[in-house]
Design a protein around this ligand. Sequence first.
Ligand SMILES: Cc1ncc(COP(=O)(O)O)c(C=O)c1O
Length: 492
Amino acid sequence: MRLWQELEKLKSDGPYPFHMPGHKRNFAGAFEDENPGKTDMTVTASEIDITEIDGFDNLHNPEGVLLEESRRAAKLFGSRDTFLLVNGSTCGNLAAIAAAVPIGGRVLMQKDSHKSVYNGVRLRAADVVYITSDISNKNISNKDISEEIEAALESAAESASEPAVQKSPSPKSAGGFDLVILTSPDYIGETLDIAGICRICHKHGVPVLVDAAHGAHFRFSDNFPRDAVSAGADLVVNSLHKTLPSLTSTALLHVNGDLVDINQVKYYTQVFQTSSPSYVLMSSISRCLQFLEEESGEFESYVNRLEDFYKATGDLKNLKVRQFANAKDSETPAVQWDASNGGAGGEDEKKLCDRRKTDMGKIVIYPPEGLTGLDLARILRRDYKIEPEMAVPEYMLCMTSVCDSSKAFLMLSDVLHDIDRRLDGDGESQESGDNKDAVSLLAGLAGTTAKVDLVPYPPGIPLVLRGELITEEKAKAMEKILLAGGRIEGIG
Ligand SMILES: Cc1ncc(COP(=O)(O)O)c(C=O)c1O
């Protein structure tokens, strides 16, 4: 069958999408109880697919309707200026980095950044210092990161006259760096203390880029973590399509303050975007902004649906759903979630996430011992027609949005209870994936230097960078992913 035929089939007979895009293929409109039509995105693409004809402005030099849309976006998201993007957060990251970092400039960034960030700094031939060298360590606290950033900025400022730093032609590296790059939230919704980190960086005159691809919805409810724009970041990238009702590839790049030259940002959004931006996608951004302006009350209903879901799944015995403290209940302890010790099934069953630090919209489900997150995803797909966003050996992620109705949440909760009962009877066993060929390619790689980036996908964060040594530990981590049926770009 051809791709378009496959997609037509999916339309009438596809699995329920607990994945992006956030419009959920209009499933919200399909449920009668709520949201009827409010997030309806149905358009026949060719009917509104135009080029820059008279009256429809030009994204690369907006003066009319597109300028109005970007002003509406800036007002909604509280930024000084906002650029509409039709090439995803990927082009937002590329443009933001190019605008702030001169060729050969210096960057301080998190090691577990999306590959678009790596591509961005490589294109500037930047001298990169990593905030933490341990890519797999999820136990780093906000305090640790802030201290690490402050120490790096201070030591760079002290050695500003040393040759390595003089290499940077940047005029604005009072702190020794041209840009600090952070990812917040990460794929499973954990956030950093952006406000605190920005205060530190700004003290040193260094701008901060936050890759907030997964955080476009934060601003619209106090039950989500603080958004990076209001926290003071200079450059913020949001994918609209991930967590809001907007078509795939739509995103925004927000600019604040004056540490980064707005004209450079404008120039590089043109460099990294198509010269024929899709009006279908821009129309979708426009509809999304209208939804945010007129229907922001929907986010509280969404939070209520999430709360009901978490309450309903708190009693699972074999599966564990990452749980959240109730904001209204100040007695409930809220602590930083520790995904590394087996999540909810770890040392402390009562560990609850703080919804102001972790996005409750990201449902993380941990399998019992003997099963992997990828097994769980296979069961969901095969037996219940549900497609999750991603799975790794340790857990499975279901992505939700304001467009998931209570029926959808109820369905997921019922399905998880059903699987939980089946697991009581020992009815499921671990299946290895069909990656035997890829696993065999791994043999002999440990101890060698990677020729290309090795990137588990999703989430798209390089595990080994090209030119880096493939340690025994990293080779084992990759084998675990492949054996469980996961994919790694660069292998196979
Ligand atoms: C953290 C992060 N940043 C950037 C991106 C790229 O976003 P987009 O798909 O909108 O280009 C992704 C994609 O998954 C991501 O997870």
